[in-house]
Design a protein around this ligand. Structure first.
Ligand code: IPD
Ligand code: CA
Length: 258
């Protein structure tokens, strides 16, 4: 998984250099970025298929395909943080998870611009490069920096999202919206953020990140406390101490915000 990510990342970094040049053109880099995204997905599919020919796929661009081993599949986002990439902002990643019989057993989130490889295996722990990761130790929301994803245009229910944001703003030490849900979760696992919430996410955005946080000792649920944010796309992640209070704040908007 890590070598597939490294290979696809080489192409993304080359293309990111081009994107920075294209900002000034009137048409902008949109088509170019879409091509870069698809190219990264093809590289990942080829590399992962070479390593495990029987596994299926769920990929952001090409959707689901069942392998001869129906119990195992890769869940892949070849470029999470597409809007950042498109605007020349160096904050994006590749996310790869391995799902076995409906359970995520391995996850990789790779940030090519910082060369940070976040990875976890079920029961083995979570790591950034070769260093073990732990979620933060903060126990009070007053001190907590919380990341989120803000819905835009037709996505999500803006008014109820704003209610939730208002509640979190009024309680916490700071709110961040960096633009990559997979990296948001990796940063919770690394103890950089104390928590994260978002509504309306897809499995490829969060499959690897959920395992990173859990293996780093954190808690991930949907705002109602349900154990399956991968299916609902509504997610709250933090350390175990902060989780009930953060989930309670987020619940205010959750029902209508997705
Ligand atoms: C998006 C990013 C973003 C989140 C959006 C996602 P994409 O994925 O993870 O942070 O707020 O909900 O769709 O489109 O960059 O792969
Ligand atoms: Ca994504």
């Amino acid at each position: 998984m890590t070598s597939a990510a490294l290979k696809a990342a080489r192409g993304l970094i080359r293309d990111f250099g081009e994107v920075e040049q294209l900002q000034v053109s009137r048409k902008g880099p949109a088509d170019f970025v879409s091509t870069a995204d698809h190219k990264a997905e093809r590289t990942l599919r080829a590399e992962l298929s070479k390593a495990r020919p029987s596994f299926g796929f769920l990929m952001e661009e090409s959707g689901a395909s069942v392998g001869s081993d129906e119990k195992q599949r890769w869940i892949v986002d070849p470029l999470d943080g597409t809007t950042n990439f498109l605007h020349g902002i160096p904050h994006f990643c590749i996310s790869i998870a391995l799902e076995r019989e409906g359970e995520i057993v391995a996850g990789v989130v790779y940030d090519p611009t910082r060369d940070e490889m976040f990875w976890a295996e079920k029961g083995v722990g979570a790591y950034m490069n070769d260093r073990r990761m732990r979620v933060s130790g903060r126990t009070k929301l007053d001190d907590a920096v919380i990341a989120t994803g803000i819905p835009f245009r037709e996505r999500g229910h803006h008014e109820s999202y704003l209610q939730t944001l208002g509640a979190v703003m009024a309680t916490c030490a700071g709110v961040r919206r960096m633009g990559s849900a997979a990296l948001d979760l990796a940063y919770v696992a690394a103890g950089r953020y104390d928590g994260f919430w978002e509504f309306g996410l897809s499995p490829w955005d969060i499959a690897a990140g959920i395992l990173l946080v859990r293996e780093a000792g954190g808690q991930v649920s949907d705002p109602g406390g349900g154990n399956d944010p991968l299916r609902t796309g509504e997610i709250v992640a933090s350390n175990v101490q902060l989780h009930p209070a953060l989930a309670a704040l987020v619940r205010k908007g959750a029902r209508r915000a997705a």
